[in-house]
Design a binder for this molecule. Structure first.
Ligand code: DAH
Length: 357
């Protein structure tokens, strides 16, 4: 019997998996197991023999049972340890760069522009991309017969036959947000409005959808001088140069009086654009003093308030800053292009942290 004990305890200690343990259990304690059979023999023994063998056999059965349980638990622990070692994962590792998405240059530049103007006290205003022709045109001093309507290659939203309400349009510029912001906030006001605009046009520098940022500042004593300073500050910060020459060219927009187009000094030497030096000029935006009709359409009294406004192409300045030659590629969703021109997802542009890094 001490043989039995040793044989089983040894076999249990050496078992390397649950199936082996189960085999040992059946061999020792199953219906026809060695220990079970021995226990059954007790019935045939004399009372004296039984008194001696009974407790020993019972103790042996208990000992084997707990040895099996202990070994089973030890094997399970070892298996878990093994798994934890094998499946170990350092959750503090940075994400793999090739699996990371990137930020589109238009989004990046919109963030840059927003950061710069926020620093000068401009909030962000928004308006719908499907706009009434009143907001897109009339309120901006562009009446029905005005040639600017034709010039803008407007997309009109279809109306059912017999529905002769004035049409809605895909907004052709961000300027209608000026009106909405004035109506919502009154004066004084300082906002920019970045967003999508639409015109039926398509070539290397024109796409049917593109992005503009509108600027509007209305207060009691705003002048062209304020406009000039704000734009100079913007251009220096955006192109990350210490000095820029801006050229204000007299121009005409229905919604401003006087109006100016603004060019920036640049050089194209060696085929690459450098901002702030050279003898070339590049147009970057339209601007002017807000026309009294426009202030009135926004619910602001032009006798009491005046302001400046400007409108700039975001895609355009993104192309200039990051040397992107073809506008159409912006909207092709070509991953190779995005990998080349895109920005790291967590590099949010701020004035203190750096705009473009
Ligand atoms: N809305 C004009 C355009 O799309 C740009 C513009 C010019 C906006 C002068 C302005 C402005 O606010 O004052 O071409």
């Amino acid at each position: 019997m001490s043989d039995l004990r040793e044989t089983y305890l040894k076999a249990i200690a050496e078992a390397t998996d649950e199936a082996a343990l189960e085999g040992l259990r059946v061999r020792a304690l199953g219906k026809k197991g060695e220990i079970s059979l021995a226990l059954r023999e007790l019935g045939r023994m004399s009372a004296e023999e039984r008194r001696e063998a009974g407790p020993r056999l019972n103790a042996l059965r208990d000992e084997i049972t707990s040895a099996l349980a202990a070994r089973k638990a030890a094997l399970a622990d070892a298996a878990l340890d093994e798994r934890l070692r094998g499946e170990w994962l350092d959750v503090t590792l940075p994400a793999r760069p090739r699996r990371q998405g990137s930020i589109h240059p238009v989004s990046q530049v919109t963030e840059e522009v927003t950061a710069i103007f926020a620093d000068m006290g401009f909030a962000v205003a928004e308006g719908p991309q499907i706009e009434s022709d009143w907001y897109n045109f009339d309120a901006l001093n562009i009446p029905g017969h005005h040639p600017a309507r034709a010039e803008m290659d407007t997309f009109y939203i279809h109306r059912a036959a017999g529905d002769d309400r004035p049409p809605h349009v895909l907004r052709t510029h961000t300027s209608p947000v000026q009106i909405r912001a004035m109506q919502a906030q009154g004066a004084p006001i300082r906002v920019i409005a970045p967003g999508r605009v639409y015109r039926a046009d398509y070539d290397q520098t024109h796409t049917p959808m593109f992005h503009q940022v509108e600027g509007l500042a209305v207060d009691r004593d705003i002048s062209m001088a304020n406009l000039k300073w704000v734009l100079e500050e913007f251009v220096k910060a955006f192109f990350e140069v210490d000095h820029v020459d801006l050229r204000f060219r007299a121009s005409h927009f229905p919604f401003t009086e006087p109006s100016a187009e603004v060019d920036i000094r640049c050089s194209w030497e060696g085929g690459t654009l450098k901002v702030g030096e050279g003898d070339d000029w590049l147009e970057i935006l339209g601007s002017g003093m807000v026309h009294p009709h426009v202030l009135r359409a926004g619910g602001i009294d032009p006798e009491e308030w005046q302001g400046f406004a400007f409108g700039m192409g975001i895609d355009r300045i993104a192309m200039l800053k990051y040397g992107i030659p073809d506008l159409r590629a912006f909207f092709d969703s070509d991953l190779r292009w995005l990998r080349h021109y895109g920005f790291a997802a967590l590099d949010v542009p701020t004035l203190h942290g750096g705009l473009s890094r």
